[in-house]
Design a protein around this ligand. Structure first.
Ligand SMILES: Cc1cc2nc3c(=O)[nH]c(=O)nc-3n(C[C@H](O)[C@H](O)[C@H](O)COP(=O)(O)OP(=O)(O)OC[C@H]3O[C@@H](n4cnc5c(N)ncnc54)[C@H](O)[C@@H]3O)c2cc1C
Ligand SMILES: Cc1cc2nc3c(=O)[nH]c(=O)nc-3n(C[C@H](O)[C@H](O)[C@H](O)COP(=O)(O)O)c2cc1C
Ligand code: SF4
Length: 643
């Protein structure tokens, strides 16, 4: 078992002493109100993380200028915002963590967000031909630069006045400062463009002004892109030189991130990325600077120990892992790593969920709703029978047992997990299996009786006589309703992923959502000849997909040169082809194996059958309507709260 002691060694950033090496990096939420005022939910969110044992929290960015704001963000562009930030600072301090405020001018990140607030423009160092043409732009002048430098300085002063322990300059991901540093976004010919020194001049002057305003002792970190992750972006060699310039300007720490958002998906690497993609970059930066280096990006507690022990970084920023489990630091420190609800990097927390609202997590239904946890004890403990051992059934059973109900869980197969086991079999998604392990552990701890290999029907319920039945029977894959769809050469994507059926010869995947894309990528990576057909655009059909994950998968399909037949309706499947209509034409795509990934249909027969079989009958999860895991978790916790 990993020894986690290294994570809990105190460390310093300038004069700031941190109790451990774990930092929660800046992550946007929708929790302040639309005008940017701090809400109770916003405070609860940070309190939970501070109480969970992290050393330093950097809340979501604060806009330094009034022309760079976003709704649901607490800005810091004038003195009236000091009292708002003080509330956040006090909440974090009350639970023993330190807090740094991230200062940002948003710049091109508006492109990633997909909108610009009314009356504002996207500030850019240079107009580039590839900027999307549905947004208003403003090329930053030298006068603007002087004003922004002043804004950053004043914002740093305010952060200190609010009681923060550190200020961080946001200079990555495509915010204004970072776009000056990169040759892909900066084509200026004045003193702020061209050479490395010129491109770093704006950032350097900002740090110098911040230092001047906060004094020599107050810690400043700078978060940079060590890789823009696009052709023509900043090179590692340049990044290293820039880091040294920023250190000389007064930075007490360099925080390494990457990815020019809008183009790249590296800034918030999702499941297809390897673990710790930015660690090798941090290692190089660390060799060049004397100040501590912070690194983020898909780093779990075990990898964090290795990174620190191998001297590749000094602090570990854990973002989504602390969304998934705010108590991660305490659990690990207390020798309970098996109880950590691990982030699976699915990025569902980046979607606005129609049911669960903004920022719903697949494994933590209390993300952004911290006050809902723990659920209240049951007024009258009931005997509850939960049918279906997928995510919906397991989570409902866990929360019900936590409330004091007597819960038994029935699963017809020999294994808990349901569809999630298929998801976990997908290359790149192996980590998904940790959630089933976590749930099994909690069911065991909470005394839930689990019966495998038992298909529940009405008779079984009448025999058990529970007070409550929760039906969580899930969903099963849809079969296409076209001639030939039940032929021997036609298989389900699920069976391919689980290795139950071989894929012979030329393959055609039907379905352009996550599962279809994942199957096609996996086959192409094995060198198989595969094409993909979808009746809509890629990812357009059905429930909304998370945009970074979608972009990552679409990018892989393009890189692997998988032929994509978009807006193509399958008319027939023959022994050796898929016949599709495309525009006004009909085409035949040669196929030895046809793989269906055309959606799921709810398994709701039992729910109908059970009417009147028990005093209370509820349904939860995909058997109501196929959905994503974040919605399943939210619905399971909401149902468990009301029984
Ligand atoms: C390949 C794949 C990839 C996916 N990837 C993602 C992803 O990346 N992100 C995401 O958010 N979501 C993903 N999903 C969706 C997610 O897995 C589902 O939304 C979720 O697992 C549904 O859980 P559930 O418990 O409602 O249903 P299920 O997982 O279908 O569980 C239902 C269970 O009930 C059992 N059962 C049925 N009838 C009975 C009965 N009569 N008696 C006893 N037991 C019964 C079944 O055997 C099954 O185990 C993916 C799904 C698949 C298939
Ligand atoms: C919802 C969300 C919002 C984010 N917002 C910011 C931000 O405002 N500033 C920033 O520097 N990084 C932001 N990030 C990036 C994170 O700070 C972090 O670098 C990234 O999530 C990778 O770390 P992780 O794998 O530990 O989550 C955001 C990430 C997420 C998930
Ligand atoms: S939704 Fe997914 S990526 Fe986001 S915190 Fe939860 S598990 Fe991690």
């Amino acid at each position: 078992m990993t020894d986690f002691k290294t994570l809990f060694q105190p460390g310093n950033i300038g004069k700031l002493s941190l109790k451990n090496r774990l930092i929660m990096p800046a992550m946007g939420t929708q929790l302040p109100d639309a005008q940017g005022k701090v809400t109770q939910r916003f405070l609860d969110y940070y309190r939970a993380r501070a109480a969970g044992g992290v050393g330093l929290i950097i809340p979501q960015f604060a806009a330094v200028s009034s022309d760079a704001t976003m709704p649901f963000n607490v800005p810091i562009y004038d003195d009236s915002w000091v009292s708002e930030w003080k509330k956040v600072v006090d909440a974090v301090h009350a639970f023993g963590a330190r807090i740094g405020i991230q200062l940002m001018h948003i710049g091109m990140i508006y492109l990633y967000a997909g909108f610009v607030p009314e009356g504002l423009t996207v500030k850019v160092p240079s107009m580039m031909p590839w900027l999307r043409d549905d947004m208003p732009y403003h090329e930053v002048t030298e006068e603007d630069i002087e004003r922004y430098i002043q804004d950053f300085g004043e914002a740093a002063r305010r952060a200190k006045e609010a009681g923060a322990d550190l200020v961080e300059l946001h200079a990555c991901h495509g915010c204004l400062v970072s776009t000056f540093m990169s040759p892909i976004t900066n084509r200026r010919i004045d003193q702020y463009g061209g050479s490395i020194e010129n491109r770093a001049r704006f950032a350097r002057r900002v740090v110098e002004r911040m230092r001047q305003k906060v004094g020599p002792e107050f810690p400043i970190s700078v978060r940079i892109n060590a890789d823009d992750d696009i052709e023509g972006g900043v090179s590692l060699d340049e990044v290293i030189q820039q880091a040294v310039i920023l250190e000389d300007a007064g930075a007490d720490a360099i925080s390494v991130s990457g990815g020019l958002e809008y183009w790249s998906t590296l800034s918030i690497p999702c499941y297809p990325y390897p673990e710790g993609p930015m660690v090798p970059l941090a290692e190089k930066v660390k060799k060049a600077v004397k100040v501590p280096v912070i690194v983020a990006g898909k780093i779990n507690a075990e990898l964090a120990v290795r990174v620190l022990e191998e001297g590749k970084a000094d602090f570990i920023a854990m973002g989504r892992p602390l969304l998934a489990d705010p108590d991660l630091p305490n659990k690990v420190r207390q020798g309970r790593p098996d109880q950590v609800r691990r982030c699976i990097y699915c990025n569902n927390c980046l979607k606005d969920d129609p049911q669960a609202g903004p920022g719903a997590c697949s494994v933590n239904p209390f993300l952004n709703r911290e006050a809902r946890y723990p659920l209240p004890a049951a007024e009258r403990p009931k005997r509850v029978m939960v049918v279906g051992g997928g995510l919906a059934g397991m989570q409902t059973a866990m929360f019900l047992a936590e409330r004091g109900h007597q819960v038994s869980l029935y699963e017809r197969s020999e294994r808990l997990g349901g569809q999630w086991n298929v998801a976990s079999a997908t290359p790149g998604k192996e980590r998904y299996a940790t959630f089933v392990d976590y749930l099994k552990g909690r069911l065991d701890e909470r005394g839930v009786t689990v019966t495998l290999g038992t298909e529940v029907n009405r008779e079984k319920v009448l025999e058990v006589k529970p007070d409550v039945v929760v039906v969580a029977t899930g969903a099963s894959p849809v079969v296409l309703n076209v001639p030939g769809a039940t032929g021997k050469n036609v298989v389900q994507g699920h069976d391919v992923l689980e290795g139950k059926v071989p894929v012979k010869g030329r393959a055609v995947v039907v379905g352009g959502r996550f599962i279809g894309m994942e199957v096609a990528i996996w086959l192409a990576e094995q060198g198989k000849e595969v094409s993909l057909v979808t009746r809509a655009g890629l990812g357009e059909d059905g429930i909304r997909l998370e945009k970074l994950t979608f972009k990552t998968l679409a990018g892989k399909l393009v890189d692997l040169r998988v032929p994509l037949y978009l807006h193509s309706k399958v008319l027939e499947i023959t022994d050796n082809a898929v016949v599709v209509s495309l525009g006004d034409g009909v085409f035949s795509i040669p196929a030895d194996t046809v793989i269906l990934a055309v959606g799921m249909r709810p398994e709701n027969r039992l729910a109908q059958e059970l009417k009147g079989a028990a005093p209370e009958v509820y349904t939860v999860g995909d058997c109501v309507r196929p959905r994503d895991a974040a919605e399943v978790a939210y619905q399971a916790s909401s149902l468990a709260a009301k029984i």
